[in-house]
Unconditional design. Structure first.
Length: 103
């Protein structure tokens, strides 16, 4: 497991990161830093702990508002943004008719 030093709202943190997960972790850090910065810059809240809690709630709400995470076809899970794949599978299944289904 790798360690990365990151900065959030001007404060450094050392975070454990699984191999190959650096870009995802850095993207998460950037989202948290951006959200916390926006809350701080609004001028209404000064305490870092309160800013962190509000940022966490905002990010969790945004995540909860996303559409369903997956669609299932014959036991194979596909990402929700795979509408084109769903359409293609339906067309292929229709073309195969009673010969069988791909998924």
């Amino acid at each position: 497991m790798k360690q990365l030093e990151v900065t959030i709202l001007g404060q450094s943190y050392v975070l454990a990161c699984p191999d190959g997960g650096e870009s995802s972790l850095l993207a998460a850090v950037a989202s948290v830093d951006k959200e916390m910065g926006a809350i701080r810059d609004s001028g209404k809240i000064k305490a870092r702990e309160r800013i962190a809690v509000l940022a966490a709630l905002n990010l969790a709400y945004q995540l909860a508002e996303r559409p369903a995470a997956a669609a299932v076809h014959g036991g194979v899970t596909l990402p929700a943004d795979s509408v084109q794949i769903d359409t293609m599978l339906a067309r292929i299944d229709a073309a195969l008719g009673s010969d069988g289904h791909l998924l």
